[in-house]
Write a protein that binds this ligand. Sequence first.
Ligand code: ADP
Ligand code: 5GP
Length: 189
Amino acid sequence: MSRPRLFIVSGPSGSGKGTLLTLLREKYPDLFYSISATTRAPREGLEQDGVHYYFLTHEKFEEMIAQDAFIEYKRYCGNIYGTPRKPVEDALQAGRSVILEIETEGMRDAFAQYPEAVTVFIAPPSLEILGQRLRGRQSEDEEKCLRRLKQAEEEMKRSGEYRHVVVNDVLEDAFAELDRIFRAETSDS
Ligand code: ADP
Ligand code: 5GP
């Protein structure tokens, strides 16, 4: 038997959240991954609406804010990102564990509403390696990479607020650690 939990996962852009969470979702298909809404444009050829994000106009996003449709929402590097409330509530109600992949301020707001949530911070081995990975991903231009790296420094300072910190150096080791945390936190005993 396993106990359904809400996991809140943060970490600087490029730290490997997407890579690690994809592996976790492959291993545990019943895990519900919350699809956030954003005003950011999709990464061409990589992201699909309704799969990676719900890509919304600013107008539509504001409309949903007014309807209290988000657990939390935040501005990040010029765009708004938010966690739609209903799918998360429905999944928890159905007894499924849920993952929110959100930035550090959003974690605070979500945690205030779900104090039983398990918080996990994915950290890069160093800011230098983070820079290499961000550039290697080739999803942002140099200006956007620099902006994200600056933001990363701020986010790293908040890693101490999380229950677990996973350093993503060697991918296999980081995944083994994340998997161990997942199993321990969802175990009944
Ligand atoms: P995030 O979702 O946190 O923005 P990604 O999962 O997209 O980060 O990872 C950023 C880049 O780093 C990707 O190109 C990914 O393939 C690569 N990457 C992730 N983890 C590792 C690792 N442990 N070692 C080397 N490269 C990695
Ligand atoms: P990206 O543009 O790289 O997909 O995401 C940028 C940042 O926004 C990441 O730190 C990511 O975790 C965060 N993010 C994604 N969705 C949400 C959300 O729904 N709420 C908040 N607060 N942050 C989010």
